[in-house]
Ligand binder design. Structure first.
Ligand SMILES: Cc1cc2nc3c(=O)[nH]c(=O)nc-3n(C[C@H](O)[C@H](O)[C@H](O)COP(=O)(O)OP(=O)(O)OC[C@H]3O[C@@H](n4cnc5c(N)ncnc54)[C@H](O)[C@@H]3O)c2cc1C
Length: 469
């Protein structure tokens, strides 16, 4: 066994949002880092510069509201944890209302200068073409959605063909509490129990013939986003976008994901629905349900409008909308342990979008955690995980354990990338949110907002305690 000391460097592969943050967190704990970034030697299809932490598309880190927006809470937790990405974003802010948007060049320059100027970080411009060699006893792979093919192949060879996806096919995810259960009902098709089921595992939304026809018309007319040339067209059997299925024939969906067979409307048992939209539990907490078979290239605005035509989803709140993108990500819930280490390969961690989170801030936050966990281990300590009540912990839990793996859709496609959202946080203790004095009616939007405030406050308090610990 190789002897290591805190003078032995930790290797970070990929100098994007996650890798830069991971390198910073490690170096700030007095441990040397070698950061391997291929740009400068080899580019990607989306990056345009050689700068570290380049933002490949939008210049927004989304809402900065830490009282009622989950990504705002994540910003606040990252600031508490000494994030380089947040420090550089704050220093390069441009006006954007309630959002944190940045001057992209200034931001990337600030991250690059801080990393290159850190006495304990060495940046090497090279493509890492295989899994880290065993003598890199601690390494973090943070190579992102556009991981170079040779490394992707090496990861796949190690983890199995179904463990690495090259596209995501995301069906919209709905907050359970926003589904109208006076219209919908719980039932599995033919009441099948299956392993681990109850016979009531799906939420069903019924449609009559007129509603179905109006829905198909809306799907066909809906605005879609195209694929970029380099993305290719990743349609594969069993995973066509819902609007493409609708275009193939008016009855296609009724014989596919919207078939009404084996289902009886609990509110109206004598009338057979003409079509049924099914939603399946998405997280262990039961706070989120995904729309089965509804992967789509419809634009976000069109999705919200069209999917709210579905009976029972008129007031649906979406934790995330659907999409199909070029993306490289591993099946983290089966491959990684809770501290982001590849099972069976101690010391090798994954971080960033390749773990199945989505977005600049989320990727950086998982880099922050991976960096801290690796540093703790190098110093001989066991990594202490953030509480699940924090935004850090909620996202980590989605990646490493909170996701439900379905029996009827096994393999890589049942785990899909996710942004941070309040549906990933554990519910509040009963009685946490009570009717304020002097308020007559306390429900709907006011109550939902009060719950967000309480969840955000709990997260920040627990995060501060975790960081002190
Ligand atoms: C086209 C596109 C548009 C996007 N738009 C948005 C958006 O608007 N908003 C948003 O929040 N998110 C967006 N994303 C997602 C965004 O890219 C990620 O959230 C974020 O950049 C992920 O951070 P990361 O550190 O995991 O990966 P990246 O930031 O991509 O960093 C990975 C780094 O690893 C390097 N690398 C790859 N392979 C190797 C190798 N073998 N050896 C050495 N280095 C390697 C790459 O050059 C890169 O610098 C978009 C993604 C794509 C592909």
């Amino acid at each position: 066994m190789t002897k290591t000391s805190s003078h032995t460097p930790i290797h970070v592969i990929g100098g994007g949002l996650a890798g830069s943050e991971a390198a910073w967190q490690i170096a700030e704990r007095g441990i040397p880092v070698i950061l391997h970034e291929m740009r400068g030697v080899r580019g990607t299809d989306a990056h345009k510069t050689d700068g570290l932490a380049e933002l490949v598309c939008s210049n927004s880190f989304r809402s900065d509201d830490a009282t009622s927006n989950a990504v705002g809470v994540l910003h606040a937790e990252m600031r508490l944890a000494g994030s380089l990405i947040m420090r550089s974003a704050d220093a390069n802010q441009v006006p954007a209302g309630g959002a944190l948007a940045v001057d992209r060049d200034g931001f990337s320059d600030a991250v690059t200068a801080a990393i290159e100027g850190h006495p304990l970080i060495t940046v090497t411009r090279e493509e890492v073409t295989g899994l880290p060699p065993e003598d890199w006893d601690q390494a973090i792979i943070a190579t992102g959605p556009l991981t170079a093919p040779s490394l992707a192949e090496a990861i796949q060879a190690r983890t199995g063909a179904d463990s690495l996806a090259f596209f995501d096919a995301i069906a919209p995810i709905v907050h359970t509490a926003s589904i109208d259960m006076d219209i919908c009902w719980y039932q599995s098709r033919y009441d099948k129990v299956g392993p681990g089921g109850t016979g009531k595992d799906y939420i069903n939304c019924p449609m009559d013939e007129a509603q179905y026809n109006a829905f198909i018309d809306a799907l066909i007319a809906g605005d879609t986003t195209g694929f970029k040339e380099w993305e290719g067209t990743p349609y594969f059997d069993g995973c066509l976008p819902i609007e493409v299925m609708a275009e193939r024939g008016r009855e296609t969906l009724r014989h596919g994901p919207m078939k009404p067979m084996g289902l009886t409307n609990a509110h109206n048992p004598t009338v057979k629905p003409y079509a049924v939209v099914q939603l399946r539990q998405d997280n262990a907490l039961g706070t989120l349900y995904n729309m089965v078979g509804f992967q789509t290239k419809l634009k976000y605005g069109a999705q919200a409008e069209i999917f709210r035509l579905i009976p029972g989803l008129e007031n649906a709140e979406f934790a995330r909308l659907g999409g199909l993108h070029r993306n490289t990500y591993i099946n983290s819930p089966t491959l990684l342990d809770r501290s982001l280490t590849l099972k069976g390969r101690p010391g090798l961690r994954f971080a960033g979008q390749i773990t199945g989170c989505e977005g600049y801030v989320e990727s950086a936050s998982i880099g922050l955690l991976a960096g801290r966990f690796a540093a703790a281990e190098r110093q001989g300590a066991t990594p202490i995980l953030p509480p699940e009540t924090t935004a850090f912990g909620a996202l980590l839990n989605h990646i490493t354990g909170g996701h439900i793996v379905s029996d009827d859709e096994p393999g890589k496609r049942s785990f899909q990338p996710m942004n941070i959202n309040f549906g990933l946080f554990p519910p509040l203790e009963p009685g946490t949110v009570t009717k304020p004095d002097g308020v007559k009616r306390f429900r709907g939007k006011d109550k939902a907002l009060a719950k967000k405030h309480a969840t955000a406050a709990r997260a920040l308090e627990d995060c501060a305690r975790w960081l002190k610990g």
